[in-house]
Write a protein that binds this ligand. Sequence first.
Ligand SMILES: Nc1ncnc2c1ncn2[C@@H]1O[C@H](COP(=O)(O)OP(=O)(O)OP(=O)(O)O)[C@@H](O)[C@H]1O
Ligand SMILES: [Mg+2]
Length: 261
Amino acid sequence: MSDALIEVRDVSVTFGSGSRAVRAVRQVSLHIEKGEAVGIVGESGSGKSTLARVLAGLQRPNSGEVRFAGESIYQRGKAYRGENRRLVQMVFQDPYGSLNPRITALSAVSEAVRVHGVGSRKDAIAKSLELLGRMGISERDAGKKPRQLSGGQRQRVSVARALSAQPSVLLADEPTSAIDQSAQAQLLNLFRGLLDGGLSIALVSHDLGVIRYLTQRVYVMKDGEFVESGLTVEVFDNPQQEYTKQLIASIPGRELHKALS
Ligand SMILES: Nc1ncnc2c1ncn2[C@@H]1O[C@H](COP(=O)(O)OP(=O)(O)OP(=O)(O)O)[C@@H](O)[C@H]1O
Ligand SMILES: [Mg+2]
């Protein structure tokens, strides 16, 4: 094993059994170093979210190993015990499903801030408002519940909530799909700053402009397998597989890439 911060080795996930079995992830290996951002791209249904959930410890693989800081994340059957539970945070593809519908954005973030140990309630609220503000969520919107927010606002609240734990690894599944370009640029610049500070990121996105801007390496997924991987610039500029070529040709993001570079 390498000294990667987080890695999966020969991981497979099958849903269901018999003739109905879906082999969502097949014998996949991936590693992320400290301070590195890697991209996971591929067509819909190729297994990206399942793999992200495996890294988050939310989906136990049928076979293979998941390691964080050199050790299996499964200790006596449970994933990410103790401090490690805070250190690996996930932003879900559907933030509607992951945010508690009964509490406001501010409560959702300050709850997370407090769980992860910032002193008083007042301090937690101040810190949460600051974090939400950096995400472009005003104090007024922070007082809203998920259903009162737009899809893009919900996404940004989920990111704020995940970051409030001060994780070492952020697993972000389509974190920018519902937000406009200026908010995207803001979020990506925030991620950039966090990467410089040592955060590791696995980024799942259909937007190859976003992947190109943020990640050093990329894994291209098809039918549960990696068909190609390597340095993002090399894979994008000189794709070896027909599948990757088609993906690059069919996916938006050039405008954003232009705007950011
Ligand atoms: N809980 C589940 N039960 C059964 N099948 C599932 C489950 N979760 C995912 N799958 C199946 O596994 C495959 C991979 O799904 P996954 O959500 O990982 O794809 P994805 O690459 O994230 O797609 P998208 O780009 O549309 O988000 C799909 O065929 C999907 O239908
Ligand atoms: Mg998905």
